[in-house]
Design a protein around this ligand. Structure first.
Ligand code: GLN
Length: 491
């Protein structure tokens, strides 16, 4: 059984004192302790922090404070800083890092009455598409423990899908919230670039990074997103574009112009996922939406462009990790330079090392023009494709991923195959536009029921529209309300 009703009902129960302020937090911690290990999804439980945030909650409620997330337990990807708890980034090099401050998104959640209960597993420094690149252990998909939950925010997706928490934060540089949301059958938002402060998110590719939200439904994700969105003076790239009040409801779709990029019907995409997209188009049409097929001509360059921009920025961002203050305890070397080299060689895993080498190469003199500068030009063309599309339609709809969740080990020996898992998601990151993955029922493979994810993309600042259209599409596939067998058997 799902221990957690929809977030607004949880908050209403806490506010009206039908349950104690710690009711859902205690239940979440119990479930995380019981199942988090099986799923490989949790790097640390943040019990002390949870107690500290719960302590003033009754008084805050009694004082009439507006607490839109009162008593809601939330898990946080372990590359987002939570004061006093370890923030490892899934890496040996930050294994003992305890940030002395909260990320702005975390601070805003706690101010709204939410309680942080766990730090979740991820691909090292958010580099990967399966959460197999964690330096600690791989995370599992609750729908089939032999499969990956996607990545890099696989731990956050896994704990929400298994109903160990009602919601979680993840991060996106190139699909790392939407792809795991699709693999685990939940909602996952990548906001407009600049919508959510990056303060306290450990940097990967700064021109792409955004903190995203996971929840069981689009409506719940909307509520969490509304709390963390908005200008933050501590992040110069955060926007002061006004945050619309949260409207966590589905909407009348009459007249809504929905674009279907033809790339979404490409034969490389699993036929069952394409069939679900077609069926969804039919339902939208029946609801009065106007469907238009169109093309994003530069979408096919999204992966090569992403892997140049992201690795170039990563090679620069990761230069700060020297292993001197926390993490690896490499044996002493003869001088500081050799110490740095040894610490980094020991502290970074294979994928992170590969990215630093690739990025350094792309930025090196003689290659900069051929790779980085050209990638930046293609990035502009891709952004233009989206702008042109949004002159014709209100939202785009397509599959989130080319396949359902794959098996552990299936792609680990071939990094290029792993990179292709992002083929439908990386475009929105490069263009800076918001995109939401929602659950759209299941397919059956090898005896397992596996979720299907569909993705809505909109122009900058259209998050509310995406949530409302998403809620409508979720209602077409109500069988997806069922929980994974793992939860059913162990409840
Ligand atoms: N899978 C992509 C990568 O490995 C995306 C990562 C992300 O969005 N953090 O870079």
């Amino acid at each position: 059984m799902n221990a957690f009703p929809p977030v607004p009902e949880m908050v209403a129960a806490v506010r009206s004192k039908r349950v104690a302020p710690d009711h859902f937090v205690t239940e979440s911690l119990r479930r995380l302790e019981q199942h988090g290990g099986t799923l490989g999804a949790v790097l640390s439980l943040t019990k002390e922090r949870a107690q500290a945030d719960l302590a003033p909650l009754s008084a805050r409620l009694a004082g009439g404070e507006d607490l839109p997330l009162a008593g809601v337990p939330i898990a946080i990807k372990d590359n987002i800083c939570v004061r006093g708890t370890t923030t490892t980034c899934g890496s040996r090099i930050l294994e003992s890092y305890r940030p002395p401050y909260d990320a702005t998104a975390v601070e805003r959640l706690v101010r709204a009455g939410a309680v942080i209960v766990a730090k979740t597993n991820l691909d090292e420094f958010a580099m990967g598409s399966s959460t197999e690149n964690s330096a600690f252990f791989p995370a599992k998909n609750p729908w089939d423990l032999a499969r990956v939950p996607g990545g890099s925010s696989g731990g956050s997706a896994s704990v929400v899908a298994a109903a160990l928490v009602p919601a979680a934060l993840g991060s996106e540089t190139g699909g790392s919230v939407r792809q795991p949301a699709a693999f685990t059958g939940i909602a996952g938002l990548k906001p407009t670039y600049g919508r959510v402060s990056r303060y306290g998110l450990v940097a990967f590719g700064s021109s792409l990074d955004q903190i995203g939200t996971f929840a069981r439904t689009a409506a719940d994700a909307a509520l969490i997103h509304a709390v963390i969105a908005g200008r933050d003076p501590r992040d110069a790239t955060s926007s002061d574009h006004p945050v619309e009040p949260n409207q966590a409801r589905s909407m009348d779709l009459k007249g809504l112009r929905v674009g279907i990029p033809k790339e979404g019907h490409d034969s490389a995409i699993d036929a069952r996922i394409r069939a679900r997209l077609s069926a969804t188009q039919e339902r939208l049409l029946a609801a009065g939406a106007v469907i238009r097929e169109l093309s994003l001509p530069h979408a096919k360059y999204a992966i090569p462009t992403y892997y140049i921009v992201a690795t170039a920025e990563a090679s620069s961002n990761l230069a700060r990790h020297d292993g001197m203050h926390c993490g690896v305890a490499a044996p002493p070397e003869k001088d500081l330079l050799h110490q740095y080299l040894r610490n980094r060689a020991q502290g970074f895993g294979a994928e992170v090392t590969r990215r630093i080498l690739l990025g350094t190469f792309c930025l090196s003199s003689g290659y900069y023009d051929a790779y980085y500068e050209r990638a930046m030009r293609v990035r502009s063309l891709l952004a233009r494709d989206y702008r042109a599309a949004f002159e014709q339609v209100d939202v785009l709809l397509g599959p989130t991923t080319p396949t359902p969740a794959f098996k552990h080990g299936e792609k680990t020996s071939d990094p290029l195959q792993m990179y292709l898992a992002d083929v439908l998601t990386a475009g929105a990151n490069l263009a800076g536009v918001p995109a939401l993955s929602i659950r759209a029922g299941h397919l059956t493979e090898g005896g397992s029921e596996l979720p299907i994810g569909l993705q809505l993309t909109g122009p900058a600042w259209s998050e509310n529209l995406l949530f409302r259209v998403g809620a409508a599409i979720e209602s077409y596939w109500p069988e997806a309300d069922r929980l994974p067998p793992f939860v059913r058997s162990q409840a």
